[in-house]
Design a protein around this ligand. Structure first.
Ligand SMILES: Cc1cc2nc3c(=O)[nH]c(=O)nc-3n(C[C@H](O)[C@H](O)[C@H](O)COP(=O)(O)O)c2cc1C
Length: 392
């Protein structure tokens, strides 16, 4: 079915619509990758190197996609990856979560998100909370406690952030505050994107870029730079620190950002219940291979000791199927839903999730698999050196 005004048929079309609707700086912040963007591109392109081995008869009439994650049922193996500082639509993570709940899947909420966790969990009770290692242990614990009280189903700690700021394409300026000076500076961008501007104007004004989930509920939220400053001033965590947090939390706990099998084993050692093979969507150390290349070795290193997720470059249902065949239990998506959100708000996110669900179903049919749980590496044609694992 061809795209219509209210419906798009591919994630690529959602991206085109996002580009047309968002002010340039907001759009650039979504598509950003560190430095030259080598990892960013590889995350997407590596999927094209993987081939399928389709079958043509005795195909299954019905195909099953349901699975579990963090002890929760999800209707298909795609969840919302946490993304911070969204200025895409005024409803922000609440609308994303409504769409995720509607699709029967989980929301990952960033501690750098724009909406309070309590509102997000009201929209989707199946939410997990993601944090970076920011501030004193007392403050970290206070955030985890708030998430627990709000009903978060799991805690995720993201460790792949090396404060990489340089971007060859020119990083957009993030203002300290949306004051008059900043508004004048951004006015030319806003004027060329009236629909975006009007939407915010009608719904509480221009995004103020404060971060509500880093403090106690109801306390004044820090600005983005205030929060980032606290982060940069925090000593880097050790595995013992992560173990401490895992023990304090007590429930399902994921380490996000794993690219090395040794780190996957360390995550198992400290008692993590899940890991995400991820390079922060190409926003960390540029030159890191695509997450999908790292997935097989990481999955082999941990077996069934933890739930293995992956994220980075998922744009199609067939990408999800490739990741599952290489050992992931589920995938997380970032930019795909942000573009959907920009293009159509809650409906746009639901649209993206539905594109992925149909794409998974088509790939399962083509492969003659009646369930995502039947997928194996035998379903793929994997070129030599795909994984880029150095020979010993
Ligand atoms: C705009 C943006 C903001 C992000 N913010 C966070 C964040 O706050 N916490 C986090 O763990 N990951 C963050 N990520 C990384 C995503 O969770 C995810 O790893 C990545 O987007 C996956 O790649 P994809 O965008 O190609 O799907 C962010 C990514 C983007 C694009």
């Amino acid at each position: 079915m061809a795209s219509t005004r209210d419906w798009f048929e591919s994630v690529a079309e959602a991206q085109r619509r996002a580009k047309r609707r968002l002010p340039k700086s907001v759009y650039l912040a979504l598509i950003a990758g560190a430095e030259r963007g080598v990892t960013l591109e590889d995350n997407v392109n590596a999927f094209s190197e993987l081939g399928f081995r389709p079958r043509i008869a005795d195909l299954p009439q019905n195909r099953e996609q349901a699975t579990t994650l963090f002890g929760q049922d999800i209707s298909f193996p795609v969840v919302i990856s946490p993304t911070g500082v969204q200025a895409v639509r005024p409803e922000g993570e609440v609308a994303v979560s409504r769409a995720a709940a509607g699709a029967g899947t989980m929301t990952g909420l960033s501690s750098f998100a724009s909406k309070p966790i309590e509102e997000v969990i009201e929209a989707n009770p199946n939410t997990f909370f993601q944090m970076y290692w920011v501030g004193s242990k007392d403050r970290i614990l206070a955030r985890a406690d708030r998430a627990k009280k709000a009903g978060a189903k799991a805690l995720v700690v993201t460790l792949d952030w090396t404060f990489a700021h340089r971007r060859d394409w020119g990083a957009p300026m993030i203002p300290e505050k949306m004051d008059l000076k900043a508004m004048i500076r951004f006015a030319p961008e806003g004027i060329t994107r009236p629909a975006w501007l009007l939407d915010f104007a009608r719904n509480g004004g221009i995004p103020d870029l404060t971060i509500p989930n880093l403090v106690e509920q109801g306390e004044e939220a820090p600005t983005f730079f205030g929060a980032y400053g606290e982060w940069m001033g925090t000593p880097l965590p050790t595995w013992d620190d992560i173990k401490w947090l895992r023990e304090e939390w007590g429930g399902p706990f994921m380490v996000k950002g794993i690219m090395h099998p040794d780190d996957a084993r360390r995550a198992v050692d400290i008692g993590a219940t899940a890991i995400s093979v991820s390079n922060h969507g190409g926003n960390n150390l540029d030159g890191t291979p695509a997450s999908i290349r790292a997935l097989p070795a990481v999955a082999d290193a941990v077996g069934t000791q933890v739930e293995v997720l992956m994220d980075g470059g998922i744009r199609r249902g067939s990408d999800v199927v490739k990741a599952l065949a290489l050992g992931a239990k589920a995938v997380m998506i970032g930019r795909a839903y942000l573009w959907g959100m920009a293009a159509g708000g809650e409906k746009g996110v639901a649209n993206v999730l539905s594109i992925l669900r149909s794409g998974i179903d088509e790939a399962l049919l083509g492969l003659g698999r009646s369930s995502i749980h039947e997928l194996t590496r035998e379903d793929l044609i994997i070129p030599e050196n795909f994984t880029r694992v150095p020979k010993k």
